[in-house]
Ligand binder design. Sequence first.
Ligand SMILES: Cc1ncc(COP(=O)(O)O)c(C=O)c1O
Length: 420
Amino acid sequence: MSHCHNHSLNQVDPEIFSLIGKEEERQSNHLELIASENIASLAVREAMQSVLTDKYAEGYPGKRYYGGCKIADEVENLAIARLKKLYGSEHANVQPHSGSQANMAVYFSFVNPGDKVLAMDLSHGGHLTHGSRVNFSGKFYDIIPYGVDPKTEMIDYDLLESLANEHKPRMIVSGGSAYSRKIDFERIQSIAKRINAIHWCDMAHYSGLIAAKEYPNPVPFADVVTSTTHKSIRGPRGGMILCKEEFAKKIDKQIFPGIQGGPLMHVIAAKAVCFHEASQESFKSYQIQVKKNASALSKVLNDGGVRIVSGGTDSHLFLADMKSIGFTGHQAQELLDSVQMTTNKNTIPFDTEKPTITSGIRIGSPALTTRGMKEVEMEIIGNWMLSLFKDPESTDLKRRIIREINDLCEKFPLPSLLLS
Ligand SMILES: Cc1ncc(COP(=O)(O)O)c(C=O)c1O
């Protein structure tokens, strides 16, 4: 055995050890408000650092291309069974390495290059893989964007229906990255059915809320559903696909051998742990609090004069229109960054700014809720933001906020640190 094999990370690679320590420190003393991030449990992380990382298991349980896969089969079967039960799905694939790869498998399964696909406009809340020009989806397929109503800033289902009838796309995409309201999956399904299109839902942002029955479940109404496993559902970084039995073979074949090789068995084990955690009562209470916290924070900002896109939220996230108080999204993100509050600039519907500038910021509650924060803390955080927006040049104010954020973060520590 190589001489390094039994030594700790600290001994083998002090540089990486130190950088991980710094990242742990950053996560500990910053307020994480990025809607797509969360804090995985120690159990999820333990599964990810297990010996399963060493195993090649190309193929699927019972049909592998390598020997020695008995345990790998049991791990993957457990992950699949738990996932199907969680969402009431007929079939599940837990192998996608990421949300984008899950989505790529859907395109490759149901549409051909040049085919029409109806998807939510990126600036209205869609995702890169829903047809952005710089992504494979926008390059290979003829994307027709739908969006939100300019007044309500909620999905314009009448427009979606008329676009579907006019263009007869092969596939309609529901779901997105920055849409805070409930989505009427049943209505989208009926529109798709009438024109014989596939209805694909990308529930990446909402999958934790959905597992806890705190957001509408698309599974009964969509032919295929994809998700990441690391956002509101709080698992390891990765992807998953749920579909009706009739599409099972097609989807499985597109993931492997279509676009991936060997599955990440350690990550699949961690996904299984995540699905187990997501089926517990405590996960339901967590998701209820996630929604309460997002609402509470959006209300404080709204009361302080910041316009909230669509006037509120039904989920874990919301968009704040920073132009309503004289900032671009970019400026607001930088300002918040300077006091250890992490958000991301985000276009808002009908934005006139470039994606690198934007008019809005996206704010989400999953990570802070995992740390145990509630409405009281959201009010404190919202008020810090408002005072900073009122007096962005004051270094005294920034110093005070940072001090108070450090105190708050100490009161709500991260679940467990690897290197402490
Ligand atoms: C709706 C949606 N789909 C897919 C993805 C892509 O996931 P990944 O970053 O794992 O490729 C994201 C991630 O931001 C997302 O928000």
